[in-house]
Design a protein around this ligand. Structure first.
Ligand code: ZN
Length: 390
């Protein structure tokens, strides 16, 4: 194992208030970080940095923890360019949606699915994402869901069983039978490869009772719940997530005051996915309302070929600042420490001794540039598990 000191950091975000300026970002000015093997060994003022084998000069730029993207759907095949173009042209488009991707995914070979997954993970890594959750949900048969998770588990520890994404066409006449399949044989086949269980709780997908059945069954198999909740309409998803102590309620676009109160009082993280509202031209979730109530907020890409085909956490940070009422500091916290909270991790999303050595050197003097300079590739260098990968 070798050690590296990165010095000359104008502004270091640690996400540990006690290490820095006592703000939630734990900002340290004129800082250094020492990496040893795959861990952070030391952070603090540059003048007091211990010696290391190698030295990197940040030359007055900013360093942040690697982004933690806690919500994506990357095991898929096919393309939905036409659907997007139609939507953006104001033309009506077919109701194909998720089912279009399901058909293409079922028809694809394992190698093609894995190549697509790896390509998008690498694309995200180049933009600074060092932890990425991903889900099944485009197979919707026992074999295809298990296959998706088997492939995903080769690339990330954060795998989510989403057999309850939509009811597939062959079960359209009998959704109850599909829920029985999801909570029975499909869960049995998928649980060995999954950490989380998820359900799309929405009109046209699964109602509150069905969602409860899926999440409860998953929990009995050792998976922890997370929920696609309140994206397109008001509904029971958020309340159910908090009641079942889900790690996160994702989307949270349509919230009643009671939903906001529940999130503020429970331990469930509200994960906002602005790429989805951008790509479907929908109303933004109100991050300000959640933050002012005291809820923990995460930001994530929801990267998927239909409703949010971006792998860029910086883009989501910019949208959250521009349109969702977050300050640049809050948005960065939510994209790093917030994502870690949504995955119940304390070894990523912050730069403290003992944490995983996942960090991004920005081509900017401050993390504020992530929102100030939208669309600009600012990840000058990325370390993942202590190895410089970009
Ligand atoms: Zn999603």
């Amino acid at each position: 194992m070798s050690s590296t000191v990165i010095s000359g950091i104008a502004a270091l975000v640690t996400n540990e208030p006690s290490l820095g300026d006592a703000s939630p970002l734990g900002l340290v000015r004129d800082a250094a970080v020492v990496l040893d093997g795959d861990r952070v060994a030391w952070v603090g003022a540059a003048g007091r940095a211990p010696a290391a084998d190698d030295r990197v000069d940040a030359a007055g730029r900013a360093v942040i923890p690697g982004f933690v993207d806690s919500h994506s759907h990357l095991v898929f095949a096919g393309d939905r360019t036409e659907e997007f173009a139609a939507r953006m042209s104001g033309r009506p488009y077919g109701a194909g949606g998720i089912r279009t991707t399901v058909a293409a995914t079922r028809a694809a070979g394992d190698a093609a699915l894995e190549r697509t997954l790896a390509r998008h993970l690498h694309e995200a890594l180049r933009q600074g994402t060092t932890t990425m959750e991903t889900k099944s949900g485009y197979g919707l048969t026992v074999e295809d869901e298990a296959r998706a998770l088997r492939i995903a588990a080769r690339h990330t520890d954060e795998t989510t069983f989403l057999g309850a994404h939509v009811v597939p066409p062959e079960h359209a006449d009998d959704p109850a039978a599909y829920v029985s399949l999801v909570t029975g044989p499909m869960l049995d086949a998928c649980a060995p490869y999954a950490r989380w269980v998820d359900v799309f709780c929405e009109e046209g997908a699964f109602d509150g009772d069905q969602a409860r059945a899926v999440l409860t069954a998953g929990r009995e198999r050792g998976l922890t719940p997370r929920v696609h909740a309140n994206q397109l309409s008001y509904g029971p998803g958020v309340q159910l997530a908090v009641e079942l102590d889900a790690a996160s309620a994702d989307h949270c676009t349509h919230l009643t005051d009671a939903d906001v109160d529940a999130l503020a009082q429970g331990s469930t993280v509200a994960t906002l996915l602005p790429g989805a509202e951008f790509s479907t031209r929908a109303a933004w979730p109100d991050a300000r309302r959640l933050l002012d109530a005291g809820a923990t907020v995460a930001l994530s890409t929801d990267c998927n070929p239909g409703s949010s085909f971006t792998s860029s956490m910086p883009f989501c940070v910019a949208l959250a600042v521009r349109d969702m009422g977050m300050t640049p500091d809050e948005a960065l916290w939510s994209a790093t420490a917030g994502g870690a909270a949504a995955l119940r991790r304390d070894d990523v999303g912050r730069l403290v001794p003992g944490a995983r050595a996942d960090l991004v050197l920005l081509d900017a003097p401050s993390h504020v540039h992530l929102a100030y300079r939208p669309g600009v590739p600012l990840a000058a260098a990325v370390w993942h598990r202590g190895v410089r990968v970009v």
